[in-house]
Write a protein of this length. Structure first.
Lengths: 427, 327
């Protein structure tokens, strides 16, 4: 009798085992509604641009509603995969420019014709390239971003720093001055640089002439263990060790570094243009910092030059599963027209067209980022690159270096090996 | 019955024309048929539910584990058969074996601590006054009823890098300088936090179940043992433990199953981006599936995981069946 109860209990237990499942979106496209997935940067940084696009779209299609659903970078691809499998993906999706090729190669997006989209002749080349696969267009450039050092002018002045640093060694020396002046407070960071902040760390690598991976004869090879890259990563380690008290196991978005900066115990951080106004946000940030906040391009290890910045950015695409392709295209047109793009630029980004670049250069809050954007780097252009990003390969390496779990060399060797393997999968 | 079913009424009228003997025989066979069919009919709803929520997903999982199923295949809803290549790939993957070892060790530690602490609290419940017992039981039930995500968020704040109350308390108690201490910088302390979190969440179920079992132990047996001069530990070991063995076996098997597949706690605590030192089998399977888009590989890992758990519970199942025969 007891044994029989046990069997029942075990069956119940096995049912419990099966209960772990992933959640997906449930946005079946209906006539009269389109679903748009945007990253929450738009929600925080340029909601006016989204509202404007929706108004314009609504004027054109009064009987169609737009349901904008905001996603976060950490989970949006997982949700997108689940939605694709379930056949209920959104009608428009924003993807980071480094995430595009994996999905274009897999045939996830509708092919687009270039001519109907606003400013298509003057799209930023860097973004346009990320929208193309085998010479065909699958996306529309949305905006680009460049990072610069956002800093506290008052703290720099009090620490006796007369002008913004012109070289990396000056940057480190100035940071040490800040630590001397303010560092008694155990929560203070001269540079807020969390352990997983790979966009900033890889800029060091490219500045020293290193690369994440190179392609030779159709084969990829991870090269973070090259002498140049190792030298650069040692510099990153110096920043971790002597200039920051940020957690060595978190990234720049958890917590949002601009909001940590807003709390006042940070001298500077390497941030996107939109993070400047975000730090001053009336609700989440600290508007009182407005008179003392500034920005300058991150200096190179070669005096007088800038460190290359990651040419980040986003594109908009139409998933193959949609039944509302022309509506989706109309919404993208409304969102990438001059009016909305100007709003996006005002929020601290670089608009998708060279026509609006003058807008950035003439605005003191945007000019440092526009200058920084002149020297940029981009991730290896392999369809498998997104797997390196999502596989946390670079984050694992940086955390190992920051926490001292592994030597720079050992961490870089292991990362290079993984990158080689992932980029060549299926090739 | 006949009023509700007119066909039945017609049938019974027709039946009256049969001889008594044939009627008796018919009744007998009908009775026998009902006797045989009844258990199956009673089992049917449960079997259907298990079929829908367990068998079908399991079938899909096993199927997918023999297929190349990446993003390309996902969009077309069609995998490509590649035999056992996925299994070969994970068995040759050093990372996979590290993850397995880590998961087994983590499960062993969590289950042992849960069982020992849970039993200790159950024994304590027997000794304390009514008021204390009610307070303690209420506390246990509150912990048990707390949703995992809420619990993780609370623990996350307690060990927060900047504002963690655990860091503050340890510093105030002069245990050391824990200001801006990063518990997850070192995987050992990181897993220490996870062990505490899991054990804390699992204790209530074990404690309350064992307490219920303890209440069923015949008082006279315990008294007899005491009169024979057995010390409390010996009474527990020689009398209580054997009587409660079935309960312990079930609790241990369930705990193994729960702890072996730990996912949310680590995932949520580490911002959905755990570094590879924090991969357990469940996270590794999720990582391969949803982050690398290799759903076939992820499925193969999940299948191996299910087999592991099945093997663990099978040992106990056999032991129990043997015990059942003896009684």
């Amino acid at each position: 009798m007891k044994a029989r109860y046990l069997v029942v209990a075990l069956l119940a237990a096995m049912v419990a085992v099966a209960a772990s499942a992933a959640s997906g979106g449930t946005n079946r496209a209906q006539a009269g509604k389109i679903v748009v997935w945007l990253q929450n940067d738009a929600q925080n940084g340029w909601p006016e641009a989204v509202a404007l696009a929706n108004r314009n779209f609504k004027a054109q299609h009064p009987d169609v509603d737009v349901d904008v659903q905001y996603q976060s970078w950490g989970t949006h691809l997982t949700k997108f995969d689940a939605a694709l499998a379930g056949g209920d993906a959104p009608d428009v999706i924003e993807l980071g420019n480094s995430e595009m090729s994996k999905y274009m190669a897999a045939g996830a997006f509708k092919r687009l014709t270039q001519s109907p989209f606003p400013n298509n002749k003057t799209w930023l080349t860097g973004l346009k390239v990320s929208c193309q696969y085998n010479g065909k267009l699958y996306g529309v450039p949305y905006y680009a971003g460049a990072r610069a050092v956002i800093y506290r002018k008052d703290q720099y002045a009090k620490a006796g720093i007369k002008s913004t640093p012109k070289s990396l060694s000056q940057f480190v020396a100035d940071g040490k001055k800040l630590m001397k002046t303010y560092g008694k407070d155990s929560g203070y960071s001269a540079v807020y640089f969390p352990g997983k902040y790979w966009y900033a760390a890889m800029s060091f690598v490219y500045d020293y002439g290193g690369q994440i991976a190179v392609q030779k004869g159709g084969k990829w090879k991870g090269t973070l263990n090259s002498p140049q890259a190792i030298q650069a990563l040692n510099q990153v380690k110096t920043v971790f060790k002597s200039l920051t008290r940020a957690s060595r196991t978190t990234d720049e978005a958890n917590p949002q570094q601009a909001l940590v900066f807003a709390k006042g115990k940070v001298g500077s951080f390497i941030g996107n243009g939109w993070e400047w106004p975000y730090a001053l946000d009336a609700k989440l940030g600290n508007p009182a910092l407005a008179p003392v906040i500034g920005a300058y391009p991150m200096p190179s290890h070669i005096k007088g030059r800038f460190m290359p910045t990651f040419l980040g950015g986003s594109d908009l695409a139409i998933p193959v599963t949609t039944k509302n392709q022309s509506l989706a295209a109309d919404w993208i047109k409304a969102f990438t027209g001059n009016a909305a793009e100007s709003e996006i630029a005002k929020a601290g980004n670089i608009a998708n067209t060279t026509k609006l670049l003058a807008y950035n250069a003439s605005n003191p809050k945007l000019a440092p980022f526009a200058r920084a954007a002149k020297y940029s780097w981009f991730v290896p252009t392999s369809p498998n690159w997104a797997n390196v990003e999502n596989g946390n390969v670079l984050q694992n390496m940086l955390v190992s270096i920051a926490t001292g779990r592994a030597s720079v060399k050992a961490a870089a060797n292991s990362a290079s090996k993984q990158i080689t393997r992932i980029l060549n999968t299926g090739a | 019955m006949s009023r509700l079913a007119p066909e039945g009424a017609v049938a019974s009228v027709a039946e009256s024309e049969f001889t008594l003997a044939s009627r008796r025989r018919r009744r007998f066979t009908r009775h026998r048929l009902g006797h045989i069919a009844a258990p199956y009919a009673l089992l049917a709803p449960a079997a259907a539910v298990i079929g829908v929520i367990l068998a079908y997903p399991m079938y899909q999982l096993v199927r997918m584990s023999f297929q190349k199923y990446g993003l390309f295949e996902l969009i077309r809803h069609k995998g490509r058969w590649i035999g056992t290549a996925n299994y070969a790939s994970i068995f040759n993957d050093a990372e996979f074996w590290r993850v397995v070892l880590r998961t087994v060790a983590f499960t062993a530690v969590c289950v042992s601590l849960t069982m020992v602490a849970g039993t200790a609290i159950a024994l304590l419940l027997l000794q304390v006054s009514r008021v204390v017992r009610i307070a303690l039981t209420t506390g246990l039930v509150l912990v048990w009823s707390m949703p995992v995500i809420v619990a993780v968020d609370i623990w996350r704040w307690m060990v927060d890098y900047e504002f963690g109350v655990a860091n503050w308390t340890l510093t105030k108690l002069h245990v050391g300088n824990f200001v801006r201490h990063d518990w997850f910088a070192n995987p050992w302390t990181g897993f220490g936090v996870f062990t505490l979190l899991i054990v804390w969440g699992a204790i209530p179920f074990v404690a309350i179940t064992v307490y219920a079992g303890l209440a069923q132990v015949p008082q006279e047996l315990l008294e007899a043992a005491e009169i024979d001069g057995a010390r409390p530990w010996a009474v527990f070991r020689e009398v209580t433990l054997p009587l409660l063995k079935p309960i312990f076996v079930i609790l241990t098997s369930l705990s193994i199953i729960w702890d072996f597949q730990v996912f949310q706690q680590i995932w949520v605590m580490l911002d959905a981006r755990p570094t590879s030192d924090y991969y357990t089998m469940a996270i590794y399977a999720f990582h391969q599936s949803f982050q690398i888009s290799e759903y076939g590989l992820g499925a193969a890992i999940a299948v191996v995981m299910v087999l592991f758990m099945f093997a663990a519970t099978l040992v106990y199942l056999r032991q129990m069946l043997k015990a059942g025969e003896v009684h």
